[in-house]
Design a protein around this ligand. Structure first.
Ligand code: HEM
Length: 458
């Protein structure tokens, strides 16, 4: 048995991890093979770099558990209370459930999200229209004060707000309260000084939403989850909705940016896919080249197990890395990346695999595809304002997303907005709520207006 704590380990998250991630993983692979011990913000963990080893772990939820109670060092009290990753792990959400609890919560979620993912159903078709309208509104808004050409941060002015606005519809928030919640999600995700107050307000708003949906169900995820399991507690459902908000807003936005970058600069054939009208495949290739969840939250073996070159003790933290697995030569096979992508792009791990595989992947892909499609339709040209290797990535052990995506654009002449409009979230979601012109500016739109033509390129 290898004692993880006794192995000399190097920090995984070096300052250049986002830029040199593939080289860093390759170095670890050369040194240790498909599984490597690494230091993660001061804690030793096993990083799974091999594609086959990743699949073996992800597919077997009998042997590999997610509940933190299986983590030996954690239950022994050896993880410092201020370890920075704890807030992301100590969450009472499905992705950390095991066994029956997981099966039950997952089944309820799958049924609740189906109306929005299955295009044979009216809510899914309506949602596509909502996404398209939000995308149009945001593009119109970002270019409102300019001429045909301009500069924008497609991250904060488009990729980030678009999925958050869609979340409002999925969760069934009414009126301006949805806008306020969006602002609070932002404050939490940015982890700034107002984050603690924002998470308090956010959880209170989500619990209030659950209570309202219990009393008056609607065509939305919380109502469908309550219909599946009326006994679920208000607190537990609020946590699941928080997961939906976080993943929808943060990761969908990240994949949208990653797709734009891949189309503009990548070598996986994403641009050719887009030119051929295969926008879904372009998104898929971006997910392969740059998975928004670069590393997954831990799994813990219930008993000692051999993985890669090591005998891993029961209760050791094991982190599967989709980003590393995609670069595993056994997965990538050969050197022609565009060809490989053709062959293997559907087998990637950007959505995970096995019993915890993302149940929202069709929805997420669809939002990103519509977002990308609208950029193609509304702009004649989009150019990065920085070389690819100078783009600013967020520093996160789990997520891989850009801090900003500064671009120069030229609007397509025929599609340039005829007259400036100020859209509102609810004008699209609820046609009865009034037109954009007669609604007051919310904090959300004022904030977006403040970002216009001031992209954060630094
Ligand atoms: C680009 C966007 C997204 C990416 C890259 C993504 C990725 C993932 C991955 C890799 C997992 C597996 C985690 C693990 O095995 O440890 C996961 C789980 C999950 N995702 Fe997504 N996701 C995205 C969007 C969404 C959306 C839009 C929703 C909801 C509408 C969603 C809901 C969930 C849920 C509930 C789980 C937990 C499933 C379980 O534990 O059984 N995700 N996601």
């Amino acid at each position: 048995m290898t004692r993880l704590e006794l192995l000399p380990v190097q920090p995984l998250l070096t300052p250049d991890y986002e830029i040199r991630r593939t080289e860093i993983h390759d170095e670890l692979r050369r040194r240790y093979g498909p599984v490597a011990p690494v230091d993660l913000l001061g804690i030793s963990v096993w990083l799974v770099l091999g594609y086959n080893e990743s699949l073996a772990v992800l597919r077997d939820d009998t042997w590999w558990k997610k509940d933190l109670r299986y983590w030996q060092a954690y239950t022994d009290g050896r993880i410092p209370a201020n370890w920075p990753m704890l807030p992301a792990l100590e969450c009472d959400m499905m992705v950390f459930f095991d066994d029956q609890r997981h099966k039950k919560a997952r089944a309820a979620f799958e049924r609740a999200v189906k109306p929005f993912q299955d295009l044979s159903l009216p809510s899914a078709r309506q949602l596509k229209t909502v996404v398209a309208q939000h995308a149009d509104d945001l593009i119109t808004f970002l270019a409102e004060d300019g001429g045909r050409t301009g500069i924008a941060d497609l991250g904060s002015q488009y990729a980030r707000p678009l999925p958050l606005m869609v979340t409002n519809r999925l969760l069934g928030f009414a009126d301006a309260r949805g806008d306020e919640v969006i602002m609070d999600v932002w404050r939490v995700l940015d982890a700034g000084p107002d984050a603690p107050a924002a998470i308090g307000r956010l959880m209170a708003a989500l619990q209030q939403l659950v209570r309202e949906k219990r009393a008056r169900p609607g065509d939305d995820i919380p109502s469908y989850m309550l219909a599946e399991d009326p006994s679920v507690s208000t607190e537990e459902l609020a946590w699941e909705l928080y997961l939906v908000m976080g993943t929808t807003s943060d990761m969908v936005g990240a994949l949208l940016c990653n797709t734009v970058v891949e189309v503009l600069t990548g070598d996986t054939g994403a641009r050719a896919c887009l030119s051929a009208g295969m926008v879904g495949e372009a998104v898929n290739r971006a997910a392969l080249a740059h998975p928004p969840m670069q590393n997954l939250t831990f799994r813990f073996p219930v008993a000692p197990v051999r993985l890669g070159g090591f005998a891993i003790a029961a209760g050791d933290p094991v982190m599967v890395s989709p980003a590393a697995a995609h670069a595993d030569p056994l997965f990538a096979q050969g050197t022609d990346r565009a060809r490989q992508a053709m062959v293997s792009s559907r087998a990637h791990l950007a959505w995970g695999a096995g019993p915890h595989q993302c149940p929202g992947q069709d929805l997420a892909s669809s939002i990103v595809a519509i977002g990308v499609q609208h950029l193609v339709e509304r702009f004649d040209e989009i150019q990065l304002m920085l070389p690819k290797d100078q783009l600013h990535w967020r520093m996160s052990p789990l997520m891989s997303g850009l801090r900003s995506l500064p671009v120069r654009y030229t609007m397509a002449a025929a599609k340039a907005p005829a007259a400036p409009v100020e859209p509102t979230v609810t004008a699209v979601v609820d046609p009865a709520a009034g037109t954009s012109a007669n609604r007051p500016r919310s904090a959300f739109w004022r904030m977006l207006a403040g970002l216009r033509r001031r992209p954060d390129a630094g």
